[in-house]
Design a binder for this molecule. Structure first.
Ligand SMILES: [Zn+2]
Ligand SMILES: [Zn+2]
Length: 346
């Protein structure tokens, strides 16, 4: 489908907390290696309601869990009009030292956003770096809803890998929102865990977690450490994955760890937060703290493989909204109640 020029996309742009605007963004014709995508669906990410994180980039177009159809392909692009594609909004160079070590998120090429304006738009330009380094055909059996999970699921795949699971591990996931539930699904699909436990404070989320976890702990009812000890014969768990970006969650998590255990930090705290860590406990109990930030091309491929193997991610979609209702969608994400995945269909 050829498009006229100048071509104007509608995009959702964050200006300040509570101030999302629909803006017209003129898009150029796709250059060499670039794609003009017609966005067919985009998931809303909990990270985008982390105000301190997003406000420092404002004004910024939102959306990075997108799937689309190629409307126009630039010269030399490896996709054709009509192809359904996922394009990651970050792209590593694949040739530098960081990339050679698999540390894609630390590649200098990685940082700039490669979907212009963003995924939460009628159309977007996928820049050549992203098309070359981290784009994929979306097979017909993968629905648009499912394809919006490629990016967040890739982050979870990386998180679980960095947790360095060993056979028989007892694993606790703190936070049973959509990212926590994706962790539970991935853990369930792995051979290593002998126990998968989830903790949250919201009844609907505990209910959702119970579909995948052996044990769910309601942290409003009793201290999490008591539940973790009960579930492990007093030992504590071997791996804790921390969803909420709070010192409280980090502290609760590290207290639940058995000696030799690993704490996976999935979400940042705000830059001003400080954690008074008990290094003596860390040292003598040989606890490991591992942050996990975003995901690389290896992870997006593994995520697509999990979707093709039938990981039931679309069961997490609770809301589908048109682009004009994106603000209401973010309100649902921010409320962190019974809404899980909100998918916007431009
Ligand atoms: Zn995200
Ligand atoms: Zn690189």
């Amino acid at each position: 489908m050829a498009v006229g020029r100048p071509f104007v996309a509608r995009a959702v742009v964050f200006h300040a907390p509570g101030d999302l605007r629909f803006e017209d963004v003129a898009l150029p014709a796709p250059g060499p290696g670039e794609l003009l995508l017609r966005i067919t669906a985009c998931g809303l990410c909990p990270g985008e309601v982390m105000d301190w994180y997003i406000a420092r980039k404002a004004p910024v177009p939102l959306g990075h869990e997108a799937v689309g159809e190629v409307a126009e392909a630039g010269p030399g692009a490896a996709y054709r009009p009509g192809d359904r594609v996922f394009v990651h909004h970050h792209a590593p160079c694949l040739t530098c030292r960081a990339c050679g070590r698999g540390d894609f998120v630390h590649c200098a090429t990685w940082r700039p956003r490669r979907l212009i304006p963003g995924g939460l738009a009628t159309h977007a330009i996928a820049q050549a770096q992203a098309v070359a380094a981290d784009a994929m055909h979306v097979p017909p059996e993968i629905s648009d809803d499912a394809a919006t999970f490629i990016e967040p699921l890739a982050c979870v795949v990386k998180s679980v890998r960095r947790g360095r699971l060993r056979g028989g591990d007892r694993v606790l996931v703190i936070g049973a929102g959509v990212m926590g539930l994706l962790h539970l699904m991935v853990l369930r699909a792995r051979a290593e865990p002998s126990l998968v436990m989830a903790a949250d404070r919201v009844p609907a989320r505990l209910e959702a977690a119970a579909r995948f976890a052996d044990v769910v702990a309601d942290v409003t009812q009793r201290p999490l450490i008591d539940a973790a000890k009960d579930a492990t014969g007093g030992d504590g768990v071997d791996v804790v994955i921390i969803g909420p970006g709070t010192i409280e969650a980090l502290q609760a998590g590290i207290e639940c760890l058995a000696p030799g255990g690993t704490l996976v930090v999935f979400t940042p705290t705000s830059p001003d937060d400080r954690w008074p860590l008990n290094v003596c406990d860390l040292f003598f109990n040989e606890k490991t703290i591992v942050p996990t930030y975003s995901a690389g091309p290896d992870d997006t491929r593994e995520a697509l493989g999990l979707l093709q193997a039938g990981l039931p991610v679309t069961s997490l979609v609770t809301h589908r909204l048109p682009l004009e209702q994106a603000a209401a969608g973010y309100d649902l994400v921010r409320a962190a109640g019974s809404a899980l995945k909100v998918v916007v269909t431009p």
